[in-house]
Design a protein around this ligand. Structure first.
Ligand code: GLN
Length: 487
């Protein structure tokens, strides 16, 4: 599979048509999606029409968008005017949105070809894409392992070579952790960088949409298309959007990389540690200065995250009541029963758990003890990062403490599942940007990810730093054989 960058070059140079590119992509999906279950739905008619429009533009010599003819997969919690937007939940099984998300409009305006919608943990709550009402997404490197989550479908679609680009959402690691598990590059932009208009809300103070691709250059290309102000999301910041892709080769000068001791403590798998330390040495050989730093409040990040995100869940998911949206119970006994039965039937176990935890944390008498306390801890954590970024440009760490775990291994143990996010949730709490890039493999052939974090709106520096590593390594070029050989 060509990169997005290469596809746009081919199409501009009239060496391939968008329809041809899409045809290859649909063939790969047809041969691999049964094993991986990355896509919930393929919108073949829509995609063919879009590809035709691009080819017509080429024929007429019109100016082409930045993603002309590039097939893109979209996580199924972003609204599309066509087809359903299910969030992998029974409560939205047949839901059709009356409008498209901001990012979808941007993709269309850039002449991208949206291929279909991908699997996720229900409402993006999870770390393995096992909490989906539509079944598990499998890791293309080893189908007995999870793809990670919650953007497991988008990541697996890129990893399995079905599409060069995908969109995911990241509330506590949902782009970066699956990217690490599946050997792709995934970016969570800083809070306010990309509009969430039309993203089904999970944790509104944490959610960001971000790009997924095989390498940092393609990630940069997609970020350039989706970033920027949108008045329809009040948290969207009016910031200058640099040409991320065009400037990616500029080597970061006098780069100072911070290594937080707190990310290398107990629970870190020895092989993950080894690969990440090797990656840091690679930067050192390329003249980066490596500085040990401390983020003293990091140990509270998971507890803080799971209070704040569940509180926001209990509020955001109140709208799914059988009246406004989606599923409604068949024969309710009055209005209270309508709400209760609809929600009992429509939501899965993890979503219910979070609604209950969040409602408890916000209830009178507990609000100050849990929610308010968590907000204060969040401020302390933010200040830890602000202090760290006075000293260093970028912070390096593992993305996940372990490589991909087995399907079923943690599904009955919510706490073990929550701990998979130990290195990723802090970026969302602090609102900063973070990327995961491939940096090696475990002895049993599972990918390992390096996480780089930078202040919000320093995405350009982050991408340049990631690209500098990918210039001297080829981990990101390795492709899985487990499913790809089943063609
Ligand atoms: N795994 C985390 C959770 O379950 C993060 C999910 C996400 O980023 N959407 O909340």
């Amino acid at each position: 599979m060509l990169s997005a960058f290469e596809i746009t070059e081919e199409i501009r140079g009239k060496r391939r048509s968008a329809v041809e590119v899409l045809g290859v992509c649909l063939d790969v999906v047809a041969s691999r999606n049964d094993a991986v279950h990355a896509f919930l739905r393929i919108d073949e008619d829509y995609a063919k029409r879009q590809a035709g429009v691009v080819d017509d533009k080429v024929a007429r010599g019109e100016v082409l968008g930045a993603l002309a003819g590039v097939p893109v997969a979209v996580k199924d919690n972003m609204c599309t005017e066509w087809g359903t937007t299910t969030c992998a939940s029974n409560i939205l099984k047949d839901y059709r949105s009356p409008y498209s998300a901001h990012v979808i409009e941007r993709l269309e305006a850039a002449d991208a070809v949206i291929v279909g919608k991908t699997n996720l943990d229900e409402f993006a709550m999870g770390s393995s894409t096992e909490n989906s009402c539509a079944g598990v997404t499998r890791n293309p490197w080893n189908p007995d392992r999870v793809a990670g989550g919650s953007s497991g479908g988008s990541v697996a679609a890129v990893a399995a070579g079905m599409v060069p680009l995908a969109l995911g959402s990241d509330t506590g690691g949902s782009i970066r952790q699956p990217a690490a598990f599946c050997n792709v590059t995934g970016l969570k932009p800083g809070y306010g960088c990309v509009s969430r208009y039309g993203l089904v809300a999970f944790g509104s103070s944490l959610d960001q949409i971000g790009p997924i691709a095989r390498d940092a250059r393609d990630v940069a290309l997609l970020l350039g298309v989706i970033a920027g102000h949108d008045a329809r999301d009040s948290t969207s910041v009016n910031h200058a959007v640099p040409d991320y892709a065009d400037t990616i080769s500029a080597p970061p000068v006098n780069l100072k990389i911070g290594i937080p001791a707190e990310y290398f403590g107990d629970g870190l798998d020895a092989e993950v540690r080894g690969a990440v330390e090797d990656a840091i040495k690679m930067y050192e050989r390329n003249e980066a200065e490596i500085i040990e730093i401390h983020l003293p409040h990091l140990k509270y990040a998971i507890a803080c995250y799971y209070v704040i995100c569940t509180a926001e869940v209990s509020s955001n998911l109140a709208r799914f009541d059988g009246v406004h949206y989606g599923h409604r119970t068949a024969s309710p006994d009055g209005i209270v029963d309508l709400y209760a039965a609809t929600r009992a039937e429509g939501f899965g176990a993890e979503v219910k758990r979070r609604i209950m935890l969040g409602t408890f944390a916000l209830s009178s008498g507990y609000h100050d003890a849990y929610y308010l306390k968590a907000l204060k801890v969040r401020t302390l954590l933010k200040q830890d990062f602000e202090r760290a970024f006075e000293q260093v440009d970028v912070i390096a760490s593992p993305t996940s403490p372990t490589p991909a775990f087995a399907v079923g291994e943690r599904s009955d143990d919510p706490l073990a599942m929550y701990l998979a996010d130990v290195y990723t949730v802090s970026a969302n709490l602090a609102g900063i940007c973070a990327i995961s890039i491939p940096c090696g493999f475990s002895s049993d052939g599972l990918p390992i990810g390096l996480q780089l974090q930078a202040p919000a709106f320093a995405e350009q520096r982050l991408l340049q730093t990631a690209h500098a590593y990918q210039n001297c390594t080829d981990w990101h070029r390795k492709e899985p054989t487990a499913v790809n050989s089943k063609q």
